[in-house]
Write a protein that binds this ligand. Structure first.
Ligand SMILES: Cc1cc2nc3c(=O)[nH]c(=O)nc-3n(C[C@H](O)[C@H](O)[C@H](O)COP(=O)(O)OP(=O)(O)OC[C@H]3O[C@@H](n4cnc5c(N)ncnc54)[C@H](O)[C@@H]3O)c2cc1C
Length: 502
């Protein structure tokens, strides 16, 4: 039997995607005869944004055996319990999309059905009052979830807000300790094999060549291998998500460190606010059809809470997906694979799941096309599901105060999303598709936050009479409020466990 195993993996790009891939493969193939090379050009640099994550990031670094608090210290990280959406539904209104559950189900009926009934009875309690993550976040408190499922502290999850450049640096150190070869040089040519058009080698500035069996394109928006050489094509999704520019700028921290990211809807887009230990990350994501760069910059810089720490970073993007994320012997990760605006902090998580999928479908040198097809099929599903989740942020908005919001409210909805929305609207039923990053509690947070509520509720709820229902739900709120108030503040937590050296 001939040995077709992959022996040389070449990763092009040393941003978050490149080093996440290198760290993961060096750990995974620790005892295999596989060489891993990362080629990057520090002269080109990295995109340099991407500070908020979702809880999946913790599975990633724990899978590599990385100590959580060591990583938090190294990346100036804070804890993230969710995202506060401010002024999205209407100016002056806000709600939190937390990482965690709402209330508790009873008699095999989901909790939200009970809340809906109570609401119809005139009870003013908000959906967020039944989420421990939300209540902790509102009080600027943080503690880690309890591992025992019967503990009131087990019902939430958390992620990190970190300095993405420091994260890449940390992973570079991790990878270099595990035999990863690092080449700092610009790739000037991607050489294809005659006959089948697979990538054979890369030519570097200065003339050296690097050969490989499998190439991972982490070159960011330019997609040097996947697009520049292999012409895989790009599907534009701006008909659903029209924002196409961003401006990012850090400032000093002012006030308490919030254990959550804030996304505030603005005139022609939205701005993020991500508090790290050493500074605050800010950015304005906007649609160039409705506001020009100078006005957007003035709006962002004029409203900074602290002192501006660097020149603004101007970015342009096209929301969409690479038509083939895996093409021949090349797999794209990170910005080279597609882009969805950072409204729900999903890009780093997509890098992680891309790595995971590649590991599970890892090819040999024969590159059976079935592996490529399956990778592309499930990657597309995952991108589409996140896209649809982002669309509802715009679709549900009741804002009509600017041309941008009026435009967003009438944008079309993809068919699988329309189906999902209809089933919730009519019966409070949540359709769950394959490869959803955001599960029922996240959709519920959006539905309740935007006031998109069903016409009726589950009749099983009527097992409890109104008085009993009020008593049970009030008890839940009390347990949550008491549990939250016993937790340390976010700043106390950081000082105790993971403060970065000054
Ligand atoms: C405005 C904005 C906000 C974002 N916010 C978030 C967020 O909050 N959370 C989140 O999860 N994600 C966020 N993201 C996405 C996140 O920034 C990226 O997913 C992440 O940084 C990965 O980038 P990358 O490694 O794919 O590309 P890059 O960081 O651009 O790295 C590309 C690498 O390729 C190398 N390279 C390019 N060409 C060559 C060449 N010819 N030769 C050699 N090397 C080359 C470069 O040197 C660099 O090392 C955001 C993105 C944008 C645009």
């Amino acid at each position: 039997m001939s040995d077709n195993r992959i022996r040389q993996i070449v990763i092009v790009g040393g941003g978050t995607a490149g080093w996440m891939a290198a760290a993961s493969f060096s750990h995974h193939f620790a005892n295999n005869d596989v060489s891993i090379t990362v080629v990057e050009s520090t002269a080109i640099g990295i995109v340099g944004v991407g500070e908020a994550t979702i809880p999946a990031i913790r599975d990633y670094y724990r899978g590599l055996g990385i100590d959580e608090f060591e990583l938090m210290r190294a990346t100036q990280a804070t804890a993230k319990l969710g995202i506060e959406f401010e002024n999205w539904s209407r100016p002056g209104e806000s709600f939190i999309h937390p990482f965690g559950l709402f209330g508790a189900p009873a008699r095999d009926v989901p909790f939200h059905q009970y809340w809906l009934r109570l609401k119809q009875l005139g009870d003013p309690s908000s959906f967020g009052e039944y989420s421990l993550a939300t209540v902790l976040a509102k009080q600027n408190r943080f503690t880690r979830p309890h591992p025992k499922p019967d503990s009131p502290l087990s019902v939430f999850d958390w992620a990190l807000q970190f300095d993405a450049s420091l994260f890449a640096k940390y992973l570079r150190g991790y990878s270099l300790k595990r035999r990863v070869v690092h080449v700092d040089c610009k790739v000037i040519e991607v050489n294809l094999r005659s006959g089948d058009g697979f990538i054979e080698s890369l030519t570097l500035e200065g003339g050296d060549k690097i050969e490989g069996d499998l190439f991972i394109d982490c070159t960011g928006f330019r997609g040097l291998l996947i697009e520049g050489a292999l012409e895989s094509g790009y599907e534009d999704w701006t008909q659903w998500l029209p924002c196409d520019r961003a401006i990012a700028v850090p400032c000093t921290n002012v006030g308490p460190l919030t254990p959550y990211t804030r996304a505030t809807a603005l005139e022609s887009g939205w701005k993020w606010r991500i508090p790290l230990q050493h500074r605050m990350g800010n950015g304005y994501v906007f649609c160039s059809q409705f506001i020009d760069e100078d006005d957007a910059a003035a709006g962002l810089l004029g409203a900074l809470e602290g002192k501006q720490l660097a020149e603004p970073n101007y970015l342009r993007f096209t929301t969409g997906i690479r038509k083939k994320i895996w093409n021949k012997n090349c797999v794209a990760l990170g910005l080279a694979s597609g882009f969805l605006e950072p409204l729900e902090s999903t890009s780093i998580s997509l890098i992680e799941t891309g790595i995971e999928k590649l590991r599970r479908l890892f090819p040999d040198k024969t590159f059976n096309p079935a592996l490529e097809d399956e990778f592309n099929r499930i990657s597309r599903l995952e991108f589409e599901r996140i896209r649809d989740f982002l669309i509802i942020h715009y679709r549900f908005s009741k804002r009509d105060d600017t041309a941008f919001w009026r435009y967003c409210r009438q944008l079309p909805v993809p068919e699988p999303l329309a189906y999902k929305l209809e089933l919730f609207r009519t019966r409070g039923y949540i359709v769950r598709y394959e490869w959803e990053t955001f599960l029922d509690p996240s959709w519920l947070a959006m539905y309740a936050g935007f006031g998109y509520l069903p016409e009726s509720y589950d009749p099983g709820v009527d097992f409890f009479d109104a008085q009993e229902l009020r008593r049970i739900l009030s008890g839940m709120r009390q347990v949550i409020a008491q549990t939250a108030s016993a937790a340390p503040t976010h700043e106390e937590f950081i000082a105790r466990y993971c403060a970065a050296p000054c």
